[in-house]
Design a binder for this molecule. Sequence first.
Ligand code: F6P
Length: 326
Amino acid sequence: MAAIKTIGVLTSGGDAPGMNAAIRAVTRSAIFSGFKVKGIYRGYRGLINDEVIELHSQDVSGIMQKGGTILKSARCKEFTTTDGRRQAYDTMRKHGIDALVVIGGDGSLSGARQFASEFNVPIVGLPGTIDNDLYGTDHTIGYDTALNTVMWCVDHIRDTATSHDRLFFIEVMGRNAGFLALNGALASGAEAAIIPEISTEVDQLAELIKYGFKKRKNSSIVLVAESPITGGAMGLAERVRKEFPQFDTRVTILGHLQRGGSPTAQDRILASRMGAAAIEALLEDQRNVMIGDDDERMIYVPFSKAIRKDKPIDHDLLDILKRLTI
Ligand code: F6P
C-alpha cells in the first residue's frame, strides 16, 4: 500500500449537527500529522462531478458551532452504480487523494464499503446521523442535538396539550429506529413512545389505550418513530379517531426541524474526538472501519458491522418510561 499523502473528506446523506465540528477535527488533525486535505462538496456526488477544494487550517475556523455542513451533502443515486464509482475514483486520482474520511449514516457507509472493496481505497467512516442507528457506537454525531431539539419541541407542545386536554401524537425522525422517540419521551416526560423495534411484539397503541389513557390525566403526549412499521403519527391518530372517538387527538410531525441548529457540547466533543480518531486510524493503517464510541472509548468498527440494521434499543428504558408515567 502506497503511503498516504492526501486525505479527502466529505459529508454524505442527511446532514447532522456536529458534522462541521467533525470536518474541522479531520482537517486539523490531518494537517497536524503532515497530510494535505481536500474537501469534497456534496458527498459522493461531488466526487463524481469533481467538486474538490484544498482545505487549510483557517478554512475550518469558526464552523464548529454551526449546524449543517459547510461541505454540503447529498444522497447520490449515481454512486450506487459501477460507472458512478469509477468516475468518483478517477476524481480521486486526479486530485491525488489517497484516502477518504466519509462522514454520514448507514447509506453513506454502505457506499464507502463497496467503493473501498472495488478500488482498494483506504476509507475511514464517522457516524454522522441524527438517527443513532449505526451498530457498534453508543452515539452518532448529531443525535444528542436532535434529542435536545425533540425535548424542546415536546415541552412546548405540552403547554397546549394540557390547556386543551388533548392527546398528541408527535412524530420524530429515526428512519426505522426508535432512539429519538424513546429517549425523547424519557427526556420530556411523554406518556409513551411507539417504536418500530417492538412493533412486532405488541400492539403498542392498544396497550397504551388499555393501561395508559384510563388514568386521571387529561392530556397525553405520545412520541412516534417515523416508520411504516409504527404507522407513523398520522396512522395512529387515524386509528384512535375510529376506535376511541372520545379522545381529542392532534398530530405534530417535527420533520427536518430536528436536523438543524447549533450542535450541543456533547456532539461537538464527540465529533472532535471522532475526527481526530479517524486520522489516527489511517496512521495506524486501519481501513474500512467506522470510528465508534464504546463507553467513551474510541473504537474501530468494521463497516460490515456498523451498517447492520439491528442496533438494539435498551428495553430497560421502555420499562422506566412506563413506570414514570403512572
Ligand atoms: O437519516 C437521517 C434522516 O433525517 C432520517 O431520520 C429521515 O428519515 C431522513 O433522513 C430524511 O431524509 P431526507 O432529508 O432526504 O428527506
